[in-house]
Design a protein. Sequence first.
Length: 277
Amino acid sequence: MEKNSKTLSFEFFPPKTASGLEKLINIAQDFEAVPAEYFSVTFGAGGSTQQGTLDTCSSLFDATKTPIAPHISGIGSDKEQISLSLSAYKDKGLKKLVVLRGDLPSGFGSMGDFPYAVNLIDFINDEFDSYFEIEVGAYPETHPEAISPEQDLKYFCEKMSRDVEGAVTQFFFDPDVYFRFIENCKKLGCSKPITPGIMPITNKDALIRMAKNCGAKLPDSLITKLDTYSEEGDVKKFGIEYVSSLVQELIKNGAPGIHFYTINQLEPAKLIIENLD
């Protein structure tokens, strides 16, 4: 499956069942042949729990040789909670993290000790003496809660000025969105690697729902084309072609790698990788 020298990484979410976890381990082992730079693991829906993340990371760590990067969110958490989670990851031998502000879990009224990702980044590096390798999140189309694109970019570059390795973007479907974002970052002196996050297209309704939830814009041309297909198989085929072309253009024009939002599926990302030159 290895088609280029760019790094490829893959995001999973914690399965709810033992059979789901077994299936995910098999998927991860298949992706190891790429090879994968790392696997990241989100937390529960709405940022509700870290336990599922820890359990999934532990299982993947035992079953694969690829570095595992748990997502860790500061919002709604206190320093003791975060320290306990990080200590558990360190004890397991995990060194890489994806550090995010996150969403406030349902029922929580307090922002906690880490209202912004930069607060959590500083705490992690101070508390654990820069033991962890940190990736942060990026919103090339602006964070949905941002006051303005300019303010959002300023805050992002402030995160990147900390002791972090680089960033992974929210998914998008127009390559110019990424290239404009990179240029704007460079103008503010932000030059660390920013890896585009890519979501395979397999279902139109799911795509629209997820894009709305994440603030990702869908090009009119993409929606118009998807509207011409009535069969699920045709949507999947077109989706693979569209995203393969997107990935090709990103890599050709200097993206440091690709981070796949897999939705715990093997085939879509695998087919896209096989289409790379």
